[in-house]
Design a protein around this ligand. Structure first.
Ligand SMILES: Nc1nc2c(ncn2[C@@H]2O[C@H](COP(=O)(O)OP(=O)(O)OP(=O)(O)O)[C@@H](O)[C@H]2O)c(=O)[nH]1
Ligand SMILES: [Mg+2]
Length: 202
């Protein structure tokens, strides 16, 4: 049966919640990872794209995702839900462990074709976001900066936020801005990601 909210999805399943490299899927299928500060809406966005809320852990309290969660989509590629960064209640040691885990994944996974980096449209220019995107770019992975929680802003606030995101992150195009609540630009983002997984790494 076709997925009613996400008709582009033929199948989507949770494969593994990994904490070490040995647990990452070892096959050749391309991967796209979702990253950003804790509570920005990564897991919610994944659930919206895959049209299946029950697959993904979402919480009103930040710090929900603690593992690298791999989802196999259309039997063709993986979406990876990464733990959020900058979660205040996490100990310094925990943050280091998590940071190492993510870095190890990004640096050592040749199947990783790109990273969707989510930025809350209400909080643009946070130093942690700017620095993290710079690091990811430095690691040679394509980064797609996407604005989240579009529904929390008025039309004029959103227009301003789009310009700010484009300027602060030095993007060649205005960013895609999504709302999971209203399902704004979910299909546009999906189409962009399809291109990313279809592109051979340079
Ligand atoms: N209004 C609104 N709320 C959203 C949207 N996306 C996510 N949220 C809410 O934001 C909160 C955090 O969402 P998550 O998807 O768990 O965020 P996350 O980035 O995965 O968080 P961590 O796993 O802690 O890194 C939840 O209460 C969501 O319901 C959105 O587009 N609009
Ligand atoms: Mg999450």
């Amino acid at each position: 049966m076709l997925n009613e909210v996400a008709p582009w999805i033929l199948s989507a399943k949770f494969v593994v919640g990994a904490t070490t490299q040995a647990q990452f899927p070892q096959d050749e299928r391309p991967q796209v990872a979702f990253f950003g500060r804790s509570n920005v809406g990564k897991s919610s966005l994944l659930a919206a794209i895959m049209g299946k809320k029950s697959l993904v852990k979402i919480s009103s309290s930040p710090g929900k995702t603690r593992e690298l969660n791999f989802f196999l989509v259309n039997e063709a590629f993986y979406f990876v839900d990464l733990p959020g960064i900058g979660y205040a209640k996490m100990s310094i040691k925990q943050r280091y462990v998590m940071g190492d885990m993510i870095r190890e994944y990004v640096e050592n996974c040749p199947q990783l074709r790109g990273i969707v980096y989510l930025v809350d449209m209400r909080h643009i220019g946070v130093q942690l976001d700017l620095e993290t995107v710079e690091i990811l770019r430095g690691l040679g992975k394509p980064v797609l900066v996407v604005g989240s929680k579009r529904d929390k802003l008025t039309q004029s606030e959103a227009a301003k936020a789009v310009k700010e995101i484009q300027a602060k992150f030095e993007l060649p195009h205005p960013p895609i801005c999504v709302s999971v609540l209203k399902r704004t630009s979910i299909e546009v983002l999906w189409n962009n990601l399809l291109e990313a997984v279809a592109t051979e790494p340079s």
